[in-house]
Design a binder for this molecule. Structure first.
Ligand code: ZN
Length: 301
């Protein structure tokens, strides 16, 4: 941590599910970060980017009537912001680069976010959720109103219960770290989690690491054991297309477009790009068109 960081102090205000952290350095406000329970960082302000009026408005908004702004230990602020950053990553919500600059704010938040064991906490008592509930929250991508509670506080959602090892591997993948996902999968297998319970996450991680050929073997087995899982089928379709196995990719994409109408437009765009390459070869920007269509399809899945 740099000398500048040692002068940082944190203030915290909680208004319902919203937490505001203000960071001060040398007696002046340097940044304000708004986090929402179960959804992570929602707004980030670097105060040097703001004029005086905007700063005053920001502080007023952070502390609506009846909400106390109080001192917050730096460790607590760091953990809260790292969790918020991890949730924003999982939700694929953009976060400005300055938040995770190693010397900014509270040290290397990026590393702290990657090292977290538990991202999502109970809405009631703030204890870490069980792995299957963490995974359910991650799969909701911070999009829905899904805020989960531990069993003691009354779990509100009916979620699948994958093996905790597999759940940790999926969480690492969603947080943007496919290598760590593979390490967790290997560890889970070492604890006798059956390999078929890990095929899905291994395939997804290998695809993320640009190894579609190996991904296909895992994803085919995963889809065979759970044919109704749209996420796995979407991953398989992408792996097949990226590996150039166009006939199989086409039948997967057609199946997805039929069974999940919301995917029909992006699946159709991939089918169009594949047909074009089949007919006229991969040159002339047609490979790039396929890559672009696959990226849009992946976002829609
Ligand atoms: Zn609880």
């Amino acid at each position: 941590m740099s000398a500048a960081n040692s002068e940082i102090t944190a203030l915290r205000a909680d208004a319902g599910p919203t937490t505001v952290i203000l960071l001060e350095g040398g007696g002046t406000l340097v940044s304000a970060i708004v986090a929402r329970q179960g959804r992570g960082l929602m707004a980030t302000y670097r105060v040097t980017d703001l004029d005086a009026e905007a700063r005053a408005e920001l502080i007023a908004a952070a502390t609506p009537e009846g909400v106390e702004l109080g001192p917050c230990p730096l460790d607590e602020a760091r953990t809260l912001l790292a969790r918020g950053l991890a949730m924003a990553r999982i939700a694929q919500r953009p976060v400005p680069g300055w938040v995770s600059e190693p010397d900014a704010l509270l040290g290397d938040l990026d590393a702290a976010a990657r090292e977290l064991e538990d991202v999502y906490h109970c809405a009631g008592c703030d204890t870490p959720l069980a792995p299957e509930l963490q995974l359910a929250a991650a799969r909701a991508r911070g999009a829905g109103p899904l805020v989960l509670s531990c069993p003691a506080c009354g779990a509100g959602a009916d979620v699948e219960t994958p093996d905790p090892g597999a759940a940790h591997a999926w969480l690492a993948l969603y947080a943007g770290d496919p290598r760590r996902a593979l390490v967790y999968a290997a560890r889970a297998e070492g604890r006798r989690v059956p390999s078929q319970a890990l095929d899905g996450v291994r395939g997804a991680a290998l695809l993320a690491l640009a190894n579609p050929v190996e991904a296909i073997a895992h994803l085919r087995r995963a889809v065979a054991s759970d044919p109704g899982d749209v996420e796995l089928r979407g991953l398989l379709a992408r792996a097949l297309a990226q590996a150039g196995q166009f006939a199989s990719a086409t039948s997967e994409l057609e199946h997805l477009g039929r069974t999940r109408p919301s995917l029909a437009p992006t699946a159709g765009a991939v089918l169009g790009a594949i047909a074009d390459i089949d007919e006229r070869g991969p040159a002339g920007g047609r490979s790039r068109r396929l890559s672009g269509a696959l990226a849009a399809f992946a976002n829609a899945c």
